[in-house]
Design a protein around this ligand. Structure first.
Ligand code: NAP
Ligand code: ZN
Ligand code: ZN
Length: 352
């Protein structure tokens, strides 16, 4: 077994604190990675605080992991010691069901194994995430990271990146389309970069007027302030696609009204109830669709990473030491980050 140091939550109200545990030695198909950086996703906050139920403790969060390969099993083909590697939200799945056969492991019919707050397949052993110094993952669930990208800004691609890239590709966003990205956090700012790179006319839909100043740099063509009713009315019925990343139950009706006839809004942020409920007429009136999307499969995650390599796309990050993780969570709750916190795992050594 490999001794590992990390940070864990011991309960829904306890702050994250140092925690030591063990990981398995790499098997023939495994890759062992020294974690260099790990992004802080809003899902880490939801899960450590048990917003979605089903939390188990101690919980080591983190699923935006990048690092350097330190060992590989005998059957590993795509990675070698010294390579840069990434791990996202999943570390295993059944590999036999129709979803797994279609390279959509996130929808595994037997339940994908998530990087943390999950159980290793066929066991009661909990999985522990990337707020730690090492991880051991099966090759299928490890992504090759292009050397050209700024590594500290790559981690967020593994969740925020794939979660926005996948629906933009699935709904075939491209040139000639007006696309709205709602909620400019970790996910939303990646959505803007991808929609722009795919050739769409991109509108940043935000509650934060100051984020509008970053619109051009991020790749947005327009800024729409969602609390400005007149501006929302002026854009009504004009969008080809809306990607909604708002992390809490909210009034979806004004966002649905932005869509043209026969177009789709995809939810990735709200896992719980909408509040107030969506009125049926918001969809019925123009044959609009409401859909959801969950991260992306491993083949698509590698495709997204390669796309980022080709287009020079990374996340806009604020790097923090792990000792500041609880403060970063509070700032994330206050919507005070541009646009993703990333933990520099070298700080873990200083904690010792
Ligand atoms: P984040 O960094 O906190 O960004 C969320 C953004 O939503 C904020 O920056 C803010 O943008 C906007 N917002 C926040 N509260 C709002 C409110 N009450 N009303 C309207 N807008 C609000 O979060 P994230 O890491 O991007 O994650 C977003 C959500 O996606 C989380 O719920 C996360 O759990 C979920 N998620 C889902 C998947 C999936 O596979 N479906 C994957 C990863 C994460 P403005 O300042 O621009 O308004
Ligand atoms: Zn995430
Ligand atoms: Zn499966």
């Amino acid at each position: 077994m490999i001794p590992v140091r990390g940070y864990a939550a011991q309960g829904p109200t306890s702050p994250l604190a140092p925690f030591s545990f063990e990981r398995r030695d790499p098997g023939p198909h495994d890759v062992q990675i020294e974690i260099l950086y790990c992004g802080i996703c809003h899902s880490d906050l939801h899960q450590t605080r048990n917003d979605w139920g089903g939390a188990t403790y101690p919980m080591v969060p983190g699923h935006e992991i990048v690092g350097r390969v330190t060992a590989v099993g005998a059957h590993v083909r795509k990675l070698a010691v010294g390579d840069l590697a990434g791990v996202g939200c999943m570390v295993d799945s059944c590999r036999e069901c129709s979803a797994c056969n279609d390279d959509l492991e996130q929808f595994c019919e037997h339940g994908a194994t998530f990087t943390y707050n999950s159980k290793e397949r066929g066991t009661e052993r909990p999985t522990f995430g990337g707020y730690s110094d090492h991880i051991v993952v099966e090759e299928r669930f490890v992504v090759v990271v292009p050397k050209s990208l700024d590594l500290k800004a790559v981690g967020p691609l593994l969740c925020a990146g794939i979660t926005t890239y996948s629906p933009l590709r699935h709904w075939k966003v491209g040139p000639g389309q007006k696309v709205g990205i709602v909620g400019l956090g970790g996910l939303g700012h990646m959505g803007i970069k991808f929609a722009k790179a795919l050739g769409a006319h991109v509108v940043m839909v935000t509650t934060s007027p100051d984020k509008g100043r970053d619109a051009q740099r991020l790749g947005a063509d327009e800024v729409l302030l969602s609390r400005d009713e007149a501006a929302m009315a002026a854009h009504a019925g004009s969008f080809d696609f809306v990607l909604n990343t708002i992390p809490v139950g909210h009034d979806l009706n004004p966002y649905a009204a932005l869509l043209k006839r026969d177009r789709t809004m995809v939810l990735v942020g709200v896992l719980t109830e909408l509040d107030p409920p969506l009125r049926g007429i918001a969809l019925i009136g123009r044959r609009r669709s409401l859909a959801g999307s969950l991260i992306g499969g491993m083949v698509e995650t590698q495709e997204m990473m390669d796309f980022c390599g080709e287009h020079g796309i990374v996340s806009d990050v604020e790097v923090v030491p792990i000792q500041s993780v609880n403060e970063a969570y509070e700032r994330l709750l206050r919507n005070d980050v541009k646009y993703r916190f990333v933990i520099d795992m070298a700080s873990l050594k200083q904690a010792a």
